[in-house]
Write a protein that binds this ligand. Sequence first.
Ligand SMILES: Nc1ncnc2c1ncn2[C@@H]1O[C@H](COP(=O)(O)OP(=O)(O)OP(=O)(O)O)[C@@H](O)[C@H]1O
Ligand SMILES: [Mg+2]
Length: 244
Amino acid sequence: VIAVTGKGGTGKTMISALLIHFFARDRSVLAVDADPDSNLPEALGIDGFRTLGEIREIFQESRDEIRDKEQWLEGKIYEIIYEHDDFDLLVMGRSEGEGCYCYVNNLLKGVLQRLLKNYDVIIIDSEAGLEHFSRKTIDCADYIIVVTDMSKKGLATAKRIKELSKELNLNFERIYIVGNKISNKEAAELIKRFAEEEGIELLEIFPYDERIAELDLKGEPIVKILEHAEYNKKVEKVAGGVEK
Ligand SMILES: Nc1ncnc2c1ncn2[C@@H]1O[C@H](COP(=O)(O)OP(=O)(O)OP(=O)(O)O)[C@@H](O)[C@H]1O
Ligand SMILES: [Mg+2]
C-alpha cells in the first residue's frame, strides 16, 4: 500500500496516476482517491464514477433496515468500484450529512482491509496536508511518498510527516520524497540536500513541464504524459525505489 501525500498542489495526483499506470502493466492494482475533492479519476481519464461517500449516506438513512451491515457495505463497495481495463478505482468522496459517521467508518475499516487483500498494489492519492495522519486514516499504508515542490511549505510538510509518523506510532515501512515542478539545477540540489539532511530517501525529481500544464489546460488526462519515454523511466525509478 503506497500513499502519495504532501502539500496542496505539489503533484500528488499526477504522481499517483503515473504509478497506477506503471504498476498496472503487470500487477493487479487498486487506485484509491482519498481526496474529498476527487480529481484522480480525471487525471486517469475516467468519468461517471460513484463514491464511497454516497454509500455512507445511504447507510445512514437506512441503517435500521439493514440486517447484516458489514455484508451490505461490502456488497455496495463492489458496486461502486470502477473497473478500468487495467486497474480498479475506488473513490472515497465526501459525506455531506451532519450525523456522526463513526459507526459506519468503523465498519468500513474492516471491509476495506479485506478488500485490499485482493490486490498486489494499492496506490492512495491523499488529501493535501497532514490531517489524515493525525486522524490515522492512512495507517494502512506501508510506504509513504511525500511529493514536494521547491516551496518552503512543501519541504516543511515532508519534514512534519516524518515527525508525525513517529509521534503517532504509525508503522510505515519507509517514507520517501519525490520532487516535482523543479525548474532548475539549484532547486534540484537544494532538494537533494534537504533529503540528505532529513534522512529521507529522494526517489526522483520531476521538472516543471509545459506539456503537463498543457494537458491540464486542454482537459486531457495527465497520464498521457507517459507517451514521452523519459516519463516512463522516471516512474520506473519511483516504483523501483519503493520496491527495493
Ligand atoms: N511537473 C509538472 N509540470 C507542470 N505542471 C504540473 C506538474 N505537476 C503537476 N502539475 C500541475 O499542477 C497542478 C497540481 O497537480 P496535482 O493535481 O497533481 O497536485 P495535487 O498535489 O494532487 O493537488 P491537490 O492538493 O489539489 O490535490 C495541476 O494543474 C497539474 O497539471
Ligand atoms: Mg490531488
